[in-house]
Write a protein that binds this ligand. Structure first.
Ligand code: NAD
Length: 439
């Protein structure tokens, strides 16, 4: 079985590389010639731990190749994974133009049976649209070739993507015909050695499962953020509360961390898209609407604390910011809270000196228009002459900083910690004014 992956971004590149790692021959297509050029030169266009070595190893073994040639990529794979972006449209619904363009390209060039797999996160009903797009294009050619459309949403986490793909909690496969079901089972057999992880279901249920999972995770975050804000007013410590709650196995410890709000390429757009899908079908998802509202407010929570301390006008102030990426171990800046925080500080006249161990380059690209924002080459340089430190992403390297050096570099020992990295009592003992979330 040979495999084509369409779209060589965070999901496509990981999918293609991990499949090649198990022995498959994989061809990755992208319409972005810069990405393909970087990959052909042995680099990777994104930061993902362990990925570069794995790409290199599989290219060297002749199992993994990259192309911008659509005809070549369609001819290559028996299975065609669509892993292109599905950004939000103006009304919040998922913009399917890239998915449908990929589908039409398959219809335009296929000459034999193909299993077409929607791996992108797409609303319920998209498999039908993909099917229609391929069928229409085939009809234009006067061809009547057979194909199947399968939903196989991806659950990997950026920063741990390889491990998630190689040892998935589950592989959801939505499929309506036996031939494609058998091929998908065989395709994923290398990932089932310890125990069966494939969940076969109908296509629509598979499409909804992905949104349901992300919406649940986003809900936990917004729930904890609102409780954290309440805990502050009540004189309770949300970190103690979190432990007390999480110890109940019905709740569990995962994803109960309050902070500066969720970001990234998935939760914000998937929550919006699910709310919109519901609306189009006559339902109002009240819980999820509130989840989104709470998240928008939470992104400014750290700024509110800064304003409470310094007043509304921040001109002449300088703030150090540790962390730009929406979470650690990625350079993904999509919907990162750091963007909102830096923009708001800047709007109020402040200078911001930011440091991130891997996302600086990407941040320069997407935050270049924020006045007064500059980027430091290391975490200590960012602190020089700053009025306070803001912690926005919980990179490991921030867990145990040299606090004496931090104190010496800052104008005053003042930390606004959006990720609850430190023990408040310890920080006070070290002489810091320390503001965290919900403590
Ligand atoms: N990033 C994640 O953590 C993650 C996790 C699970 C699911 N998803 C979903 O997977 C999908 C892809 O996400 P991503 O983060 O990898 O996106 P991405 O933006 O990193 O990559 C998408 C790639 O597709 C390419 N592309 C667009 N149209 C194309 C076409 N017609 N033919 C070939 N290539 C084309 C783009 O150039 C880009 O390189 C989205 O639907 C997303 O919601 C993402």
């Amino acid at each position: 079985m040979k495999i084509t992956v369409i779209g060589t971004g965070y999901v496509g590149l990981v999918t293609g590389t991990c499949l090649a790692e198990t022995g498959y021959h994989v061809c990755c297509l992208d319409v972005d010639p810069n990405k393909i050029a970087i990959l052909k030169q042995g680099g990777i266009p994104i930061f993902e731990p362990g990925l570069e070595d794995m790409v290199r190893r599989n290219v060297a073994a002749g199992r993994l190749s990259f192309t911008t040639d659509i005809a070549e990529s369609v001819a290559f794979g028996d299975v065609q994974f669509i892993a292109v972006g599905t950004p939000p449209d103006e009304d919040g619904s998922a913009d399917l133009q890239y998915v449908l363009a990929a589908a039409r390209n398959i219809g335009r060039y296929m000459t034999d049976y193909k299993v077409i797999v929607d791996k992108s996160t797409v609303p319920v009903g998209t498999a039908d649209l993909v099917k229609a797009a391929v069928a229409d294009t085939l009809a234009e050619r006067g061809e009547a070739l057979e194909f199947s459309v399968v939903s196989n949403p991806e659950f990997l986490k950026e920063g741990a993507a390889i491990d998630d793909f190689m040892r998935p909690d589950r592989v959801v496969i939505g499929v309506d015909d036996e031939r494609a079901a058998a091929m998908m089972r065989r395709l994923y057999a290398p990932f089932q050695r310890n125990h069966e992880r494939v969940l076969l279901m109908d296509v629509r249920s598979a499409e909804l499962t992905k949104y349901a999972a992300n919406a649940m995770l986003a809900t936990r975050i917004s729930f904890m953020n609102e409780l954290a804000n309440l805990a502050e007013s009540l004189g309770a410590d949300i970190e103690q509360v979190r432990l007390g709650m999480g110890s109940d196995p019905r709740i569990g410890y995962h994803f109960l961390y309050p902070g500066v709000g969720y970001g990234g390429s998935c939760f914000p757009k998937d929550v919006k898209a699910l709310v919109q899908t519901a609306k189009e079908n006559g339902h109002e998802l009240r819980v999820l609407t509130a989840v989104e509202e709470a998240n928008d407010l939470q992104k400014l929570r750290l700024v509110d604390k800064v304003l409470a301390r310094f007043g509304q006008d921040l001109s002449g102030r300088r703030f150090a910011m540790w962390g730009l990426a929406f979470k650690p171990n990625t350079d993904d800046m999509r919907e990162a809270p750091s963007r909102v925080i830096a923009a708001e500080l800047s709007r109020r006249g402040a200078e911001v000196v930011a440091f991130d161990p891997v996302a600086t380059h990407e941040a320069q690209r997407v935050m270049g228009d924020i006045a007064g924002l500059s980027f430091a080459a290391d975490m200590m340089t960012a602190l020089q002459q700053a009025d306070a430190l803001l912690i926005v992403t919980e990179w490991k390297m921030f867990r145990a900083p040299d606090l004496d050096a931090v104190k010496r570099a800052l104008k005053q020992p003042l930390v606004f910690d959006g990720r609850n990295m430190y023990d408040p009592a310890w920080m006070r003992e070290q002489g810091f004014d320390y503001f965290a979330i919900g403590r």
